[in-house]
Design a binder for this molecule. Structure first.
Ligand code: NAD
Length: 402
């Protein structure tokens, strides 16, 4: 069988620990036998980030801008323990944060639904994709613990010296104050990434804030979304037969619980933080979530939603068997290959991505799965496979399809 040819390389960002082990197995068993894989390789493993003073992360983000599609393995975000473990020169920043900032991107996460592992919300027939605005609000706040009576004011001083001043509260005793902000530029990028991704995936887009209470702050989000929609996306949405729907956050939450799924839910930073955990835990496992970073200019970086599965890696180092779920990492590859196929008009590559996903889900549906899924499945008589044998089982089924 001739291998599927690629024209443009994918930006390949390797990572750390157990996911780095899975990365190689996936390439060897599921990709290289079938695809003449072209990648531009960046090693974002912590050791190499440290050797390059984290330049490799910046370079990989620049390459992503150049080529348009990247696939990323989970990486360690260093903390104090990692400083010692890896003898680091510095506590390097989160690679995901660096890449997101460079691409000005929005992260879209969706559960991978499979028969036998149904979400606890029974009416969610299709995945709900969550888009979280990843800038500002309470994540970039300034807070004061008010010691006692006094006046709190909100002051803005323009470059020309003019002032806007409002009283927040006349305190008669101790309390607390918080200052938060966002920028029109960031909100607009978020809106464009959401509208673009909705068109790309042909799904409705929901957006919600608390604009009835926050008449300036949240209202600004609503207005920017509406304005960009009307000017740039309304006609395209109508042509694609999809809808943009704005409502209050409490109404959105109530509707989501009763909905069938199959739409994108755009959330402000805090709402997205909370709601993405709700959606993912209702759907079973972090290892069954896809995650893609999309820039407003249409650049894509695919990854798994989970971390490096450190505990399994230490077992692996001791020579013990692991049963680590590779589904989200496989879907990162299939997502990236499909997007590359779409951009370069290589239908065989898109078809391969579909088959890879089908083979993966089919393997689980036939009762062969990793331990994390065996613990939550409604299926009886399942076979628990180790990390390697699960990937080999997928290969068997993929070979039959090819
Ligand atoms: P983790 O996602 O690796 O693990 C969290 C829990 O979920 C663990 O109990 C783990 O066993 C389980 N789990 C996660 N993925 C699994 C899989 N594929 N198969 C089976 N079980 C799985 O998160 P953590 O333990 O908090 O972090 C470990 C490292 O990962 C940290 O160094 C952190 O910085 C990094 N991290 C990276 C990313 C990323 O690159 N996107 C995201 C989160 C955490």
């Amino acid at each position: 069988m001739a291998k599927i040819q690629m024209t443009t390389p994918l930006v390949e960002m390797d990572g750390d620990e157990m996911t780095r082990i899975l990365w190689k197995m996936i390439k060897d068993e599921l990709l290289l036998p079938f695809v003449d894989l072209k990648t531009e390789y960046y090693d974002l493993g912590l050791e190499h980030r440290n050797e390059t003073d984290d330049q490799v992360t910046i370079d990989s983000a620049e390459a992503t801008k150049k080529y348009g599609v990247a696939v990323k393995c989970a990486t360690i975000t260093p903390n104090a323990a990692r400083m010692t473990e890896y003898n680091l020169k510095e506590m390097w920043k989160s690679p995901n944060g660096t890449i997101r900032a460079a691409l000005d991107g929005t992260v879209f996460r969706a559960p991978i639904q499979v028969k036998g592992i149904e979400p606890c919300v029974k009416n969610w027939e299709k995945p709900i994709t969550l888009a979280r605005h990843a800038y500002g609000d309470v994540y970039k706040n300034t807070e004061i613990k008010v010691p006692g009576a006094g006046k709190a004011e909100l002051v803005f001083t323009a470059e020309d010296g003019t002032e806007v001043r409002k009283t927040i509260q006349e305190f008669d005793g101790p309390g607390i104050i918080q200052g938060i902000h966002n920028t029109d530029k960031s909100i607009a990028s978020f809106a464009r990434a959401c509208f673009g991704y909705a068109l790309d995936t042909k799904q409705d887009l929901w957006f919600a804030t608390k604009d009835t209470i926050s008449k300036i702050y949240d209202h600004n989000f609503k207005d920017i979304f509406q304005d960009i929609y009307d000017k740039e996306y309304k006609e395209k949405f109508e042509a694609a037969g999809i809808e943009y729907f704005y409502t209050l956050i409490d109404d959105a939450v109530a509707r989501v619980m009763k909905a069938k799924g199959g739409f994108i839910w755009a959330c402000k930073n805090y709402d997205g933080d909370v709601m993405s955990d709700m959606v993912s835990s209702a759907c079973g496992s972090l290892a069954m979530m896809t995650s893609v970073l999309v820039s407003p200019s249409g650049v894509y970086e695919y990854e798994a939603a989970h971390g490096t599965v450190q505990r399994h890696y230490y077992k692996h180092l001791k020579g013990e068997e692991t049963s680590t779920n590779s589904v989200a990492t496989i879907f990162a590859w299939s997502g990236a290959l499909r997007k590359r196929g779409e951009m370069d008009q290589i239908p065989a590559l898109c078809d391969f991505a579909d088959k890879l996903e089908k083979a993966t889900l089919g393997t689980i549906e036939s009762g062969k799965m990793t331990k994390d899924l065996a613990l939550i499945t409604s299926m009886e008589n399942v076979t628990v496979l180790n990390s390697e044998n699960f990937i080999k089982a997928i290969r068997e089924s993929l070979e039959k399809m090819m």
